[in-house]
Design a protein around this ligand. Structure first.
Ligand code: ATP
Length: 362
């Protein structure tokens, strides 16, 4: 096991494109860090630099206290699991898992012990070990790819979207297996995904990347409860956070929404935050149906999604038709065209600066 330290890591590709602008993070021994962000934000570039598959343009890359900038991938004591499994089609499952160890020159008995041990952790049967990869399902192939990483007993696991070729049900199952495996083995892991649910459920910490820059680094709940920017607020959480253009009053104690609605601000009154435009964010589960219409946003329902355990109600309010989504547990009997008086839970609002898009803390 090993810690991984990135110090001002930057990447400029030979064509001059700057893909990573300076990333700093200390990943603790045994930690599970997830790199998450939309397509093209630089996740794979960063992971490939840690793996040694892509040279670092600037900064210091450390694994287990050693500077590894100039080391080959094979010298970094890492194992990588790819999206496309990268298995050898002509070899049996056993040989796919054993191959790296044979190259290293490990004794046959030790190879056999490690492969059998990994197969048992991953619930691959003896019979499956004799098959070729094409004779396995997608989920089983992904297990073999993980087995090949495990047998090497690396200090660090690197995962590049390992579940994206699997169907939705299998993804959930494999996600839990990866989590259990990482908990049991305690190997420092860095995992790339663009799926925020995967990121939230797997990571001890998440690094949200946007255009090659770190938007926020923190635990899943820190990001959920205190998103540092509009980008993180919109990216983490599904359905996404509602965003409402609003204004803080001249005494800073209230916030005006859609002209005629006023909300008291819990920590309001600070001279720094008076008479200013803000974007108010509120998660779908923090909107409530009001009994009366006083001080409530009149939401016109457009779409109702009954998910069984909960109901999602989508609609809009106000002249500028601001979108709103409400999440309620259980079954809510509403239909398109209904007007629902909707209240914002004041203790759960988030404020953002419309220009810098950063969080405002009152
Ligand atoms: P995805 O989720 O789609 O895989 P990503 O977040 O992993 O995206 P990267 O593959 O790291 O993104 O790419 C980051 C940026 O760098 C993109 O804008 C991409 O076009 C660019 N890029 C990647 N490889 C190269 C290259 N070899 N030369 C120039 N630009 C590149």
């Amino acid at each position: 096991m090993a810690s991984v330290a990135l110090e001002n890591i930057q990447k400029t590709y030979p064509n001059g494109f700057k893909a990573i602008h300076g990333v700093d993070v200390d990943i603790q021994d045994g930690e599970f860090l997830v790199l998450v962000g939309p397509s093209g934000c630089g996740k794979s570039t960063l992971l490939r630099m840690i793996a040694g598959l892509e040279p670092v343009t600037e900064g210091v890359m450390g694994i287990g206290g050693r500077k590894v900038n100039k080391l080959e991938p094979s010298e970094r004591d890492i194992a990588m699991v790819f999206q496309n499994y990268a298995l050898y089609p002509h070899m049996t499952v056993y040989n796919n898992m054993a191959y790296g160890l044979k190259i290293k020159g490990l004794p046959k008995s030790e190879i056999e012990e490690r492969v059998k041990n990994a197969a048992s952790i991953l619930e691959l049967t003896d019979e499956q070990l004799t098959r070729k990869p094409r004779e396995l399902s997608g989920g089983q192939r992904q297990r073999v790819a993980m087995g090949r990483a495990i047998v090497r007993k690396p200090s660090v696991f690197l995962f590049d979207e390992p579940l994206s070729n699997l169907d939705a049900k299998l993804r959930v199952q494999m996600r839990m297996e990866i989590k259990r495996l990482q908990d049991d083995l305690g190997i420092t892991s860095i995992y790339v995904t663009h799926d925020q649910v995967e990121a939230m459920t797997l990571g001890h910490r998440l690094m949200v990347l946007n255009n090659g820059e770190v938007e926020q680094l923190g635990t899943p709940l820190e990001l959920y409860e205190h998103p540092a920017s509009l980008f993180v607020a919109g990216f983490i959480g599904s359905p996404a956070m509602n965003m409402i253009t609003s204004k803080i009053s001249s005494d800073g104690k209230t916030i005006h929404i859609a002209d005629d609605i006023e909300l008291a601000l819990e920590n309001g009154g600070s001279a720094d935050h008076t008479n200013r435009d803000v974007i108010l964010g509120v998660r779908p589960e923090h909107l409530e149906l009001a009994s009366g219409s006083d001080d409530a946003l009149p939401m016109t329902v457009t779409v109702v999604e009954h998910l069984g355990a909960e109901t999602l109600v989508h609609g809009h309010f106000g002249n500028d038709m601001t979108d709103l989504t409400i999440r309620k547990s259980g079954i809510l009997q509403v239909k398109a065209g209904d007007i629902l008086p909707t209240k914002i839970r004041q203790d759960h609002i988030h404020l953002f600066d419309p220009t810098t898009e950063k969080r405002i803390n009152l």
